[in-house]
Write a protein that binds this ligand. Sequence first.
Ligand code: ZN
Length: 152
Amino acid sequence: MASPSREDYLEAIWILTRDRGAARVSDIAARLHLSVASASKMVRRLDKDGLLKYERYRGLTLTPLGEGCGRSLAARHDVLERFLQQLGLRDAVHIHDIVEGIEHFMDAEALAAIEALLDLVQRDPAWWERFVAHQRRAANSSPGHSRVQTDP
Ligand SMILES: [Zn+2]
């Protein structure tokens, strides 16, 4: 796995400050599966760039700029999780890991398209049911999947 980008940091810090008021470097490190040393290095960089305020013993908070970035990153993550759930994936940890991998490649256009799709599915679920049925048939007929159990 590639080393977590600034986006991962901002997303994690936004979630931590939303849930706890402030984020500690150790919490960020734990969330991103990193050492405290590398987390604090990135935190100092984000501080320098005006995205957060870093106070060694109190923890850190986001500036309005960092807050705006963090919120839209978390929203992007959320849209992609809902998309994978809509596709029928159920394991929350697995879904989270996939989204962590693909979210950085999503631009506004791709994200807007996915949001439009989710919106249409919600307004008009009937055609999506056909997709779900089709997906089940495809899964059942692919070799090495559930064919052994389902075929007579
Ligand atoms: Zn994410």
